[in-house]
Design a binder for this molecule. Structure first.
Ligand SMILES: Cc1ncc(COP(=O)(O)O)c(C=O)c1O
Length: 367
């Protein structure tokens, strides 16, 4: 069968190789998973059951149920006061990334993507014929704003931000965001800010660039903070002229986010998640303190990933060795144009993390 040629630019071989290697593992210590180790809180499951029983099983409004859009507006109030037209409900943040890229990127447009990055940004922009321009982060995984400035060309359309970050766990500092906003303003650029990990921050508060840059599309979600990865709910907030186009396209693609899940998401926004933050601070400490003496590593401020330099220099070689020792981690080249790091997700029990740390440390000491 002749598959559309656009599909040839989407490549999932990196991650597939890892899962091929992992196939033979028996009871691995799995430090590769991008979802929390807890389940959706029980009261939110009850709301979802209730919504199904009450007959909320049909299409909803394309832009999402009004109750949830209102709640999202309340949640975002500290960042900015959005009108109802400036907020929509998406099918996860993935849905928001897809719709915003479709609405904004023409073939040939350049989008600046800090490297390392969440894989979807690369493949979706390429699928649309846009050109991801990779901005190497500094040694603390912050954005070097001079480097950013030097990458802007007449074709630059947007800057992608992801803080707290997958895969580094780093939160972009307020003063760096201010500088980025200034540069974006001078060049009339749009910012797409993926804030899916805004509920996972440890010693530093996360800051949204939406606070001081109006031409920002904020993408947020429920997958991580409430462990709703399979329920597919997220939101987008930003200039009405962009949101209108995203809603138009949602009508012909996703149609709407899952109905019962939108009702559960309304209650989620009243649910106190500080216990998860506390538990994940502890997991961050186990992994960081355990690795810092044997690895060259930046302490994560948020999310649930850590991105150490690979001992020996090759992320693929080190991950392969770790997998042979029954610890599943992902080579950095899945998230980067380089293969110098490894990504470890601390989404496991504390005991598994301790075991993983021991094995990885022993491996690192062989270099
Ligand atoms: C940075 C980032 N953005 C978006 C997503 C997708 O999230 P969702 O489940 O809301 O589509 C993920 C999931 O791993 C992610 O890490």
């Amino acid at each position: 069968m002749k598959i559309a040629s656009r599909m040839s630019v989407v490549d999932s071989s990196g991650i597939r190789k890892v899962f091929d290697l992992a196939k033979n593992m028996k009871n691995p210590i799995n430090l590769s998973i991008g979802q929390p180790d807890f389940d959706i809180p029980d009261p939110l499951k009850e709301t979802a059951y209730e919504a199904i029983r009450a007959g909320h099983n049909r299409y909803t409004l394309t832009q999402g149920i009004p109750e949830l859009r209102e709640k999202v507006r309340q949640r975002l109030k500290e960042i900015k006061s959005f009108t109802a037209e400036e907020v929509m409900i998406t099918s996860g943040v993935s849905g928001g990334i897809f719709l915003s890229f479709m609405a904004l990127l023409d073939p040939g447009d350049e989008i600046i993507v800090p490297d390392p990055y969440f894989v979807m940004y690369k493949h979706l922009s390429r699928l649309l014929g846009a050109v991801p321009k990779y901005l190497d982060l500094d040694d603390q995984f912050q954005i070097d704003t001079d480097r950013l400035k030097s990458m802007i060309t007449p074709k630059t359309k947007a800057i992608l931000l992801n803080s707290p970050s997958n895969p580094t766990g780093v939160i972009t500092k307020r003063e760096v965001l201010r500088e980025i906003a200034k540069i974006a303003g001078e060049h009339g650029l749009l910012i797409i800010s993926d804030e899916i990990y805004d509920g996972f921050y440890y010693d530093t508060e996360y800051v949204s660039i939406g606070e001081f840059y109006p031409n920002t599309i904020i993408l947020g979600g429920f997958s991580k903070e409430y462990a709703m990865t399979g329920w597919r709910v997220g939101y987008a907030a930003g200039p009405a002229e962009v949101l209108r186009e995203m809603i138009k396209l949602q009508q012909y693609t996703f149609v709407c986010a899952p109905s019962f899940a939108q009702y559960a998401a309304v209650d989620a926004l009243d649910f106190d998640t500080s216990i998860y933050r506390k538990n994940y601070t502890q997991k961050r400490d186990i992994i960081y303190n355990g690795l810092k003496d044997s690895f060259d590593v930046v302490k994560p401020d948020g999310a649930f990933y850590i991105f150490p330099k690979a001992p020996g220099g090759s992320g693929t070689a080190f991950s392969t060795k770790a997998i042979e020792k029954n610890v599943l981690i992902i080579p950095g080249n899945v998230f980067s144009e380089k293969d110098t790091h490894i990504r470890i997700a601390f989404t496991a029990t504390d005991e598994e993390l301790q075991k993983g740390v021991e094995i990885l440390t022993k491996l690192a000491q062989q270099y």
